[in-house]
Ligand binder design. Structure first.
Ligand SMILES: [Ca+2]
Ligand SMILES: [Ca+2]
Length: 238
């Protein structure tokens, strides 16, 4: 009789636990779906405006990552030939302690900009995520730089075959713990592309400073695969 009671109690406990887990899982899923919906709706609203240009290609590239130590010898994962074009993240990092470097490349088709003569400014907008690797609370200066080569694609770009970056366009302090849009002024690049009849503008985003001893930062931006599509905002005269 005691054994039967124990079995019944056991079954009841199992039922209660599994039902709670199922509820928690369903709740998390519906929350995630809701937040993705909100993001996509925001992007659709933006797309109504003809002064928004979405990126055609976006990816980050990354140099080798120190993953740990084995008997005093550093262990690395070589990421230099890995392509991250379909990732929902775009990552920036410049960390000598961990020997880890990451940059973002973006490409924008300029055919939808019809009125170059009336351009007042063009700003690059990126949404910063709170996906963190550490509890560091500092500010990272992030540079936007010109990339002359437009022949790279998000499906093939890696650390080893990345195009060169050149002129500094703008530098913006990004708070590690923030969750918001940030913008960089890229007007001179877009006007130059127009003057030279170039149909695409490529931009590199990288960290300006090398990480200081004891600090560790890697900033994560949402990619076009996430719902927060990187875009250019073109401001016209009048
Ligand atoms: Ca991408
Ligand atoms: Ca170009």
């Amino acid at each position: 009789m005691k054994t039967i009671n124990l079995i019944i109690v056991g079954m009841l406990v199992f039922l209660v636990i599994s039902t709670s887990l199922l509820f928690a899982y369903t709740y998390t899923l519906s929350n995630r779906a809701a937040s993705l919906e909100t993001r996509l709706e925001t992007m659709e609203n933006l797309a109504q405006y003809d002064n928004i240009v979405f990126s055609s290609d976006d990816a980050y590239v990354q140099r080798r990552l120190k993953t740990g130590e084995s008997a005093g010898t550093p262990v690395y994962t070589n990421t230099s030939d890995i392509n991250y074009g379909d990732s929902e993240w775009l990552i920036i990092g410049n960390d000598e302690d961990h020997e880890e470097y990451a940059r973002i490349f973006l490409k924008f088709p300029l055919s939808s900009i019809l009125d170059f003569e009336d351009i007042v400014s063009v700003k690059l907008f990126l949404y910063k995520s709170t996906r963190h690797w550490t509890t560091w609370t500092g500010v990272a200066n992030i540079e936007a730089r010109t990339v002359n080569n437009d022949f790279w694609t998000e499906d093939t770009i890696t650390w080893n075959n990345q195009p060169r970056y050149t002129t500094l366009l703008d530098v913006i302090p990004v708070e590690h713990e923030s969750y918001q849009w940030y913008s960089w002024d890229v007007t001179p690049l877009i006007l130059r592309e127009y003057t030279s009849r170039d149909e695409y503008a490529s931009i590199c985003l990288k960290a300006q400073d090398v990480q200081k001893k004891g600090d560790y930062y890697k900033e994560t931006i949402y990619s076009s695969e996430s719902g927060f599509h990187p875009y250019l905002f073109v401001e016209y005269e009048g």
